[in-house]
Design a protein around this ligand. Structure first.
Ligand code: SF4
Length: 375
């Protein structure tokens, strides 16, 4: 193997962090960990991984759960389509594959919610297939070390990075692989954390991610002490802070949510609605909502057609309103306000009436969760 790979494996052996999903090559658990860790800091994701592995220890357990049960376990992690896809794919694996994960990259890739990255992770870690993973950590490390200076959000640049990774995988293969029916399986090596045999391809992928996540970090990496500082392009040409290059980011789209926290006089409960349609937080519960195109005051809100549809001529008492709350998603800036209202009689048009003692059973998104914490 070349110098780069020798240094990488040596570094990983001494520095790999111990996470529960590094102690297994079970495809269900690796899949679970990969989906949970997407767009999530590892410290935040580990407790969710442990919870999921505990509540749904097998793909069959996950498949038979209800969507509400899965979303409830996912609550607070964000990007809820991941949880819905996880649930639906668990059902597919049970129904189409008898609960056994397919063992090729293409068949893994064909499953719902499994993209290039996750298919490569499962194929390499669990089945020893030579598919590199490419996440933000790997992209940063590769662009800096090998001097890839184009914008990484362009397809041609991503292809260039993948070619470098494939080249490294091939060198590992050349260093010793044995052919099996499913393809070329990398020789197993003892994993530095679990000390059980792991395929070399999977260990390579984990080591690349780990180096990018803990050493070749976005701001102020310790280049002076870096094991690659004699070969790093970015360090040599003063481009460490400039790489990876990204095209101008799109500004966040603003949205304005007016939540109606409706209680019935003399009763201890509130109305909730499940979000449907092709929008954020599908499947999660929230209070009846009126979305407006800008911030509005109560008077203007009461003049909207949605308010009239909700309340018509019926009596509604406004008990109060909250200050504005801001919530950022990757592409959205949500400004929300809560109006506490009291009505005389319950009505189905407000949604499902839930008693206070049952609030905790509902899967809700972060804005509602925070409101209920203070309620
Ligand atoms: S020298 Fe600096 S920029 Fe280059 S690989 Fe090491 S940490 Fe990253």
């Amino acid at each position: 193997m070349n110098d780069f790979l020798n240094k990488l494996f040596k570094w990983y052996k001494a520095n790999a962090r111990d996470f529960p999903f590094r102690r297994t090559t079970d495809p269900y658990l690796i899949w679970l960990s990969e989906i949970i860790m997407q767009q999530t800091r590892i410290e935040q994701g580990v407790p969710y991984y442990n919870k999921f592995a505990d509540v749904f220890p097998t793909v069959q357990d996950l498949a038979v759960a209800t969507e509400d049960e899965v979303l409830k376990q996912w609550q607070g992690l964000g990007y809820y389509s991941r949880a819905r896809n996880l649930h639906s794919t668990a059902n597919d694996i049970v129904e189409k594959y008898n609960g056994i994960f397919p063992e090729t990259y293409d068949r893994l890739r064909a499953l719902k919610g499994i993209g290039d990255y996750t298919a490569a992770a499962i194929a390499s870690v669990c089945f020893g297939l030579p598919h590199p993973v490419m996440d933000g950590n790997v992209i940063r490390f590769i662009t800096r070390h090998f001097g890839i200076t184009g914008p990484v959000d362009e397809a041609a640049v991503k292809k260039e990075i993948m070619e470098v990774l494939n080249g490294l995988m091939e060198q590992i293969q050349d260093a010793g692989c044995r052919l099996q029916d499913a393809g070329c399986r990398m020789q197993d090596i003892l994993h530095p954390v679990s000390h059980i045999p792991h395929p070399t391809s999977g260990t390579f992928n984990q080591a690349m991610i780990e180096f990018g996540a803990t050493y070749c970090v976005p701001r102020n990496p310790q280049c002076n002490n870096c094991i690659f500082n004699d070969s790093c392009y970015a360090l040599k040409f003063g481009m460490v802070e400039k790489l990876p290059l990204k095209k101008q980011q799109q500004p966040l789209k603003p949205r304005y949510f007016n939540y109606l926290v409706i209680s019935v006089r003399g009763k201890k409960g509130l109305f909730f609605r499940k979000r449907t349609g092709n929008d954020i937080w599908k499947g999660l519960y929230e209070f009846p909502l009126i979305e407006t195109s800008k911030t509005v005051n109560l008077q203007r809100l009461m003049n909207t057609p949605e308010w009239r549809q909700f309340f018509g001529a019926s009596k509604v008492k406004v008990l109060g309103q909250s200050t504005q709350v801001s919530h950022l998603l990757s592409h959205l800036k949500i400004t929300a306000r809560f109006y506490t209202l009291e009505i005389e009689k319950p009505s189905e048009k407000f949604g499902t009436y839930i008693l206070r003692s049952k609030f905790n059973d509902l899967p809700v998104h972060r804005i509602i969760e925070k409101y209920l914490e203070d309620y």
